[in-house]
Design a binder for this molecule. Structure first.
Ligand code: GRG
Length: 300
């Protein structure tokens, strides 16, 4: 099965399990749960959960064991997209080809839906019903808090991104370092979590865990570069959101900084390096190897 088919088959299995996470009360609070469900079920590629489950598989962990952690991660990712789309942030009307949460519902509900998903993610991983020892669950929760949070996590990345957007571009020294930092935190930390959580679940040793982290950092950066390339020259129907926003807003992006050709070369190099870091796993990492190729060349 090729990697695209594999991701699609996983996404189908993943999506089938989602309804069970959203029992719908027939009360006044049901609107927020509807908005949470709408946003999570809104057709994402499910790359983070796929990465988490595939990394765990390298260490012999079955998909059904890793899946709740992967689901929690996707809930958290969905929260970040809802909040990122809000008028106070990126102000987007479209996400995954459908109206953004605040468009489909309203702004206050979208804020609450994001809050609900973020909180729910931690509830899911900490649940006693998981087939994961309490000590490991605790470590996974702690790691997720770091990855998503304000101290060197995703929230910090978003904050730097906003600060840069409001700054005078000429005043920013070392734009290369700034853009790499934004990427590392805003995009990279959740992708890194996907891989690292799989390794921790599987009891990876230090060397194995470092190799997995190295892989995730390289594909994380490539992922952001490709995101910037898609914004510049992607197909809006395929990508499912309003494109060319980066150019209009004079944003600090890899494409604006390096140009299209150099950005693509940088991404290609990162993908090769990512694959190299998996060599210690041999054939066991074949799926992650193919995933790297796919991520470097994705069109949506
Ligand atoms: C609001 C705290 C907070 C953070 C927002 C997610 C995010 C941080 C910003 C979104 C803007 C952006 C371009 C992020 C980098 C790339 C990214 C996360 C793209 C979306 O991920 P995909 O392509 O989306 O995996 P799907 O829809 O497939 O899940």
């Amino acid at each position: 099965m090729d990697i695209i088919e594999k991701i699609k088959a996983f996404a189908e299995r993943f999506n089938q399990g989602l309804d069970a996470y959203f029992p719908m009360p027939d009360t006044l609070d049901s609107r927020v749960i509807e908005a949470m469900k709408y946003s999570v079920k809104n057709g994402g590629k499910r790359l983070r959960p796929f990465m988490l489950c595939e990394t765990a598989k390298i260490f012999g962990i079955k998909e059904e064991v890793a899946l709740p952690v992967a689901t929690a991660l996707e809930m958290l990712h969905s929260y970040s997209l809802i909040h990122d789309d809000l008028p106070a942030m990126d102000n987007d009307d479209l996400r995954r080809g459908k109206p953004t949460c605040h468009k489909a519902f309203d702004e206050a509900t979208a804020i609450l839906a994001g809050d609900g998903l973020l909180t729910y993610a931690f509830g899911i991983i900490s649940s006693d019903s998981l087939q994961i020892p309490a000590q490991i669950r605790c470590r996974l929760i702690n790691m997720l808090s770091s990855a998503a949070g304000s101290f060197d996590g995703m929230v910090a990345g978003q904050m730097i991104d906003l600060a840069v957007e409001n700054a005078d571009m000429n005043q920013i020294e070392n734009k290369e370092a700034v853009i790499e930092r934004i990427e590392e935190l805003k995009t990279g930390r959740l992708l890194r979590y996907a891989c690292e959580a799989g390794a921790v679940l599987g009891g990876a040793n230090d060397k194995e865990r470092s190799a997995i982290v190295e892989y995730s950092r390289k594909i994380g950066r490539s992922f952001q570069i490709v995101d910037d390339i898609l914004d510049a020259v992607g197909d809006e129907k395929l990508v499912g959101k309003t494109l060319k926003k980066d150019k209009n807003q004079n944003k600090l992006t890899f494409v604006n900084l390096y140009g299209l050709e150099k950005a693509q070369q940088m991404s290609d190099k990162l993908i090769e390096e990512a694959k190299k870091s998996l060599e210690i796993f041999g054939e066991r990492a074949a799926v992650l190897q193919s995933l790297a190729d796919y991520m470097g060349r994705r069109t949506y």
